[in-house]
Write a protein that binds this ligand. Structure first.
Ligand code: TXA
Ligand code: MG
Length: 321
């Protein structure tokens, strides 16, 4: 199978109507998209991604007015969150309607939904008239793709089409909020900072995860990981010295270390913007992973705002295999 890369939204919709799964841009990361109401398409997403069946999928909708197509009930606080953050990188877990294939929810009583803020994704959702399930378009456990080329690198020849929407503006997955017992709780840190949510909800409970819990596999201990071993550190200079003699890749937030011991160094945001750093993080990890390094050393971000999300991803990227 030849994988076509194109900006043609009509052609993308045509593939989806025929039951194919395709790469789709969103503002967060690229998704591996299929018709949510076509069980065969849903099944092939799990196969192509090598995703365990216990890990449910996010349903992407054309607008807030479509939530009732898949959800039975909307808590008042969920509605307030939608009004403030949609279209955008916030996923909500809502009581699922019985017409939604069980493979999407992995048999859970809730369905994950969001309205993406990428103009091409929205145009595609308008055209197909069915919702699209889309996990991040990476093999299970790998770094999420933020460019069409990443999707092709992962799935060349295994999917017919990637809709090219350029580099993802946010570069990090959506934040996930659920409502166990009717009260909001955080299931995954993401592109909407905790502080922004809490301004609306008040203090959010963290949905507890032992690290292997199938309840929120985005919280699995080892996830979002490059092939190269990764170390997260507060003291990059010292960690670099500790690895003298190895092929070292260094990922820094604002300033270069410019050490002769480092083989490749990437500075994410010289002006100190966490948003800019988030947008560049996965792309930089993809790049470093292609340099045949022994180790990637990453500097810890300030533990606030998006920095909290970035540290969360780097922590999981670095866990021992
Ligand atoms: O930004 C994003 O959310 C991207 C783009 C493509 O929209 N999608 C994404 O999907 O990150 P994925 O499948 O890689 O991660 C979705 C996470 C998984 O950790 C899954 O376990 C969790 O959402 N999830 C989905 N439905 C759930 C549910 N009913 N209850 C608990 N967690 C759920
Ligand atoms: Mg993912």
């Amino acid at each position: 199978m030849q994988t076509l890369i194109s900006t043609d939204v009509d052609q993308a919709a045509e593939f989806l109507r025929k039951g194919a799964i395709i790469g789709m841009p969103t503002e967060t990361v690229y998704g591996l998209a299929g018709n949510a109401f076509d069980p065969a398409a849903v099944a092939s997403i799990f196969t192509v991604k090598q995703r365990p069946a216990f890990n449910p999928l996010i349903v992407h909708l054309a607008g807030m007015d479509r939530v009732n197509d898949v959800a039975r009930e909307i808590p008042a606080v969920a509605e307030a969150l939608m009004r403030q953050f949609w279209p955008g990188p916030l996923t909500l877990l809502l009581p699922v309607r019985s017409n939604v294939p069980e493979t999407i929810t992995a048999g859970k009583p809730t369905v994950a939904v969001r309205v993406p803020a990428h103009p091409m994704a929205l145009a595609l959702l308008e055209k197909t008239e069915f919702p699209l399930v889309a996990p991040s378009a990476n093999p299970f456990g790998a770094i999420s793709p933020t460019r069409a080329a990443h999707v092709v690198q992962f799935f060349q020849g295994r999917i017919p089409f990637v809709l090219d929407g350029g580099a993802c503006r946010r570069g990090i997955e959506s934040t996930i909020v659920g409502f166990p017992d009717g009260e909001p709780a955080l299931y995954r840190l993401g592109a909407i900072p905790l502080e922004a949510l809490e301004a609306l909800t008040g203090p959010l409970r963290l949905f507890a995860s032992a690290g292997t819990s199938p309840d929120a596999p985005g919280m699995l201990l080892r996830h979002y990981a490059p092939e190269t071993p990764l170390i997260l550190t507060d003291d990059p200079a010292a960690t670099v010295r500790d690895h003298d003699g190895q092929r070292i890749g260094l990922l820094r937030y604002r300033e270069a270390l410019a050490s002769g011991l480092v083989h490749r160094e990437i500075v994410l945001s010289p002006k100190g913007s966490l948003q800019e750093a988030a947008a560049a993080l996965y792309d930089s990890l993809h790049q470093l992973d292609n340099f045949n390094l022994d180790v990637i050393i990453a500097e810890r971000f300030p533990d606030r705002d998006l920095g909290r999300t970035l540290n969360d991803r780097l922590r999981r990227a670095g866990k021992a295999r």
